[in-house]
Design a protein around this ligand. Structure first.
Ligand code: DX5
Ligand code: ZN
Length: 218
């Protein structure tokens, strides 16, 4: 599978989301949307109404990352709202298999996210239920944090479990992905890269995406 880049609008200007989405539309593969509820993580961002509006305003498919309690209740609505991909956290889901199946039945790709301290092996049997496994490379909640190298062995292990690069399950990393860290992630086996501050903090977000992609493809 080719390398994919999913810029996170968490680092964009929330007063101009349509413009910020347009700024990456030609170079990115997805638009990563961080939904936070101030319960699962200590930060509050945006929810369903903004996702519905973004769906109409943005050309890229939405990659919704739900950092919320009770994803079993809310995730299906994001899929119904037209998200291309909906990712729930293993630490929060009470019925992950049911919820992942519902996401798929609504026509979206189903993702499962693991925090840095959550091991991947207990989820190996769930892989057939997933379209994407997201390994957090920071503690979720905020953009601009430092990449956690301690997650690299888990990325390697996940690649072993998922299989070769043309595997059905994509392997996404999120947090601290930048020009300094993306090569390490790619070498460990990640193929979908979320980048917030490295893209929206750059003078030219589109050029930053091209540069990240080139580094990951090496
Ligand atoms: C963090 C979010 C990330 C965040 C990444 O909890 O899930 O998507 O926006 O931002 P950077 O790339 O700046 O670490
Ligand atoms: Zn995210």
């Amino acid at each position: 599978m080719a390398i994919q880049i999913s810029p996170s609008i968490l680092s964009a200007d929330f007063a101009h989301l349509a413009d910020e989405a347009a700024a990456v539309a030609d170079s990115a593969d997805w638009l990563h949307v961080d939904v936070m509820d101030n319960h699962f993580v200590p930060n509050l961002t945006l929810g369903l109404p903004i996702v519905k509006s973004l769906r109409k305003a943005a050309a890229l498919p939405l990659d919704c990352h739900l950092m919320i309690e009770d994803p079993d209740r809310w995730a299906p609505a994001y899929a119904e709202a037209g998200a291309g991909s909906v990712t729930i956290h293993a630490e929060a889901a009470k019925a992950p298999v049911r919820t992942l199946r519902t996401i798929r039945s609504e026509g979206a790709r189903a993702g499962l996210a693991l925090n840095p301290a959550t091991p991947v092996d207990p989820y190996a049997d769930l892989l057939p239920e997933l379209d994407m496994l997201l390994l957090m490379t920071v503690e979720p909640g905020f953009g601009g944090q430092r990449f956690l190298d301690v997650v690299l062995p888990k990325i390697r292990r996940a690649r072993e479990l998922v299989g070769t690069r043309d595997a059905a399950v994509w392997l996404q990393v999120d947090g601290g992905v930048s020009a300094e860290t993306i090569e390490r992630c790619a070498e460990a086996g990640a193929d979908v890269f979320v980048a917030g501050s490295a893209v929206y903090g750059a003078q030219d977000p589109s050029a930053a995406i091209d540069a990240l992609r080139a580094q990951a493809e090496q």
